[in-house]
Ligand binder design. Structure first.
Ligand SMILES: [Zn+2]
Length: 166
C-alpha cells in the first residue's frame, strides 16, 4: 500500500459547461494505492476550484470542489478494462479529470436564492433584504404583474386600501 499527495496543475481546461477548471488551476490529489489480486486499487480525493458564471445572473463565480474517487487499474489481461496498469504505472489524469468534471454543477448559481435577471429589462435583480426569499417570477406570468395593485409603474394611487377592483 502506498499513499501519495500530489499538487498538479490542470493541463487543460476541464469541463465544457458554465463552470470549469481552468488550465493551470492547482489540482491537489491525495491518493492511496492498494495492491489487490486483479490489479491496483486507487482511491482518494481531488481538490480544486472551478470558475465560471452563475447560470441565472451570469455573475462570475468561483467555488472549491472536492470529489472522491476509487478505481481499479487492472493488470493487462484477456478482458479489456477501463483502466489498466501500463508498464508498472497507472495514469491518474483521466480518472481525476472525469471525477472532477462529473462533479461540476450543471446549473451553477452564485447563491442558492439568486433571483437572476429581470425578464423584461435584462438587469441583474438584487435579492431582497430580510428573511423572505424573493419569489422568482415565471416569465410566462410576468404580464400579470401589470394587474397587481402595487405595481411601481402605475400612476400614484391614494394611500388607502385600494384592493377592490371595479
Ligand atoms: Zn446569480
Amino acid at each position: 500500500m502506498r499513499e501519495l499527495s500530489l499538487e498538479l496543475a490542470a493541463p487543460a481546461r476541464w469541463g465544457e459547461g458554465l463552470v470549469s477548471i481552468p488550465e493551470g488551476e492547482p489540482v491537489v490529489v491525495d491518493v492511496r494505492f492498494e495492491s489487490v489480486h486483479e490489479g491496483i486499487l486507487a482511491s482518494g480525493t481531488v481538490d480544486s476550484e472551478y470558475t465560471g458564471v452563475c447560470g441565472r445572473c451570469l455573475t462570475d463565480i468561483a467555488e472549491p470542489v472536492q470529489v472522491e474517487f476509487q478505481e481499479l487499474f487492472a493488470y493487462p489481461g484477456e478482458e479489456a478494462a477501463d483502466f489498466e496498469v501500463q508498464d508498472d504505472h497507472v495514469d491518474l489524469e483521466t480518472l481525476v479529470r472525469d471525477a472532477i468534471v462529473l462533479s461540476l454543477p450543471f446549473q451553477p448559481v452564485c447563491q442558492p436564492d439568486c433571483p437572476g435577471l429581470d425578464p423584461v429589462t435584462g438587469e441583474r435583480l438584487t435579492s431582497s433584504t430580510g428573511n423572505e426569499q424573493p419569489e422568482t417570477i415565471d416569465t410566462r406570468w410576468a404580464a400579470l404583474q401589470d394587474y397587481t395593485s402595487d405595481h411601481d409603474d402605475d400612476a400614484p394611487r391614494a394611500a388607502a386600501e385600494n384592493t377592490e377592483k371595479s
